[in-house]
Design a protein around this ligand. Structure first.
Ligand code: ATR
Length: 274
């Protein structure tokens, strides 16, 4: 990569950012297409977000990805927000156009793209069970509605938060407690583990003594297999971790900035998978 006087920047803003795969992934794509862009990560505290964005605007940045913990608070610094991101109340992608900052959210679409890549199956009429009702679950729930699953259950440790999520985002989601997991595990079910228990190596639900074989277990974290994915695979389920969601939300963000949706193979290769 040759950085020159015309090179434009794209940023990851969050706290922390040092473990992010995004710079590697994005820079591989920019390099492949020969774009004079560079993707950098910066740890920014909430109090400095406004100042940071004003400075980046002055420097003519292309845009930014916003990560934890700023996906909600970033909204107040933007000039325009897409209807989907506004309904979600969260932005992960900012585009800088003619001095205006426009907020998008590509997380949910990233999950759908990952589903299509792994399984390519219709979700219409299926039973989907989301474990968790945090920010990540909200993005996936919103995107799933467009695929018209037969049922979407939202099971959360704090049931009121699941109820609030369904109320905020609409759709026919059914809130419940994590204890309902075992009874909802039927053949063909798609279960998506979004709680932060997975990151801490904990299992947020109890598996029933006998499980159907043909269900799908998904997890939004990636890297080390979580207890949920390990248990799911042990029952014979097909599984998918969060690497695809990371890759495809990046691809959709690149499309927002450039108008080009990068070839998936390129992004999988950048993540060491081909
Ligand atoms: P994110 O944006 O990554 O989804 P979040 O908004 O902090 O993170 O949400 C964390 C989710 O993990 C919530 O659904 C949380 O449940 P509560 O709403 O009851 O807090 C869930 N969670 C965290 N630790 C958990 C645990 N040990 N067992 C089950 N659920 C847990």
């Amino acid at each position: 990569m040759l950085i020159g006087a015309r090179t434009r920047t794209v940023w990851l803003l969050g706290a922390p950012v040092v473990h992010s795969h995004s710079p590697r992934l994005h820079n591989a794509v920019y390099q492949h297409y020969g774009w004079d862009w560079v993707y950098l990560a910066a740890e920014v505290q909430q109090a400095d977000l406004g100042l940071t964005l004003a400075g980046l605007k002055r420097l003519g940045f292309v845009g930014a990805n916003i990560t934890v913990p700023h996906k909600q608070v970033i909204l107040e610094h933007l000039d325009e927000i897409t209807p989907g991101a506004l309904a979600l109340g969260a932005v992960n992608t900012v585009a800088h156009r003619e001095g205006r900052l426009i907020g998008h959210n590509t997380d949910g679409q990233g999950w759908l793209d990952s589903w299509d890549h792994h399984f390519g199956e219709n979700l219409e009429g299926r039973r989907v069970v989301l474990l968790g009702a945090g920010g990540a679950a909200r993005a996936v729930y919103q995107a799933l509605l467009a695929r018209r699953p037969g049922e979407i259950w939202v099971l959360n440790r704090t049931v009121e938060r699941a109820e609030q999520m369904v109320k905020d985002l609409g759709g026919a989601g059914r809130p419940g407690a994590l204890q309902s997991f075992a009874s909802l595990l039927v053949p063909g079910a798609v279960v998506i583990q979004t709680t932060s228990a997975g990151l801490r190596g904990e299992l947020p639900v109890e598996f029933p003594p006998s499980c159907p074989v043909d269900w799908v277990g998904c997890e939004l974290s990636y890297g080390k297999p979580t207890p949920f994915l390990t248990e799911a695979a042990a029952t014979g389920a097909r599984t998918m971790d969060g690497l695809g969601m990371l890759i495809y939300q990046a691809g959709r963000a690149i499309e927002v900035w450039s108008g080009i949706r990068p070839e998936p193979e390129l992004m999988w290769k950048a993540e060491g998978q081909s």
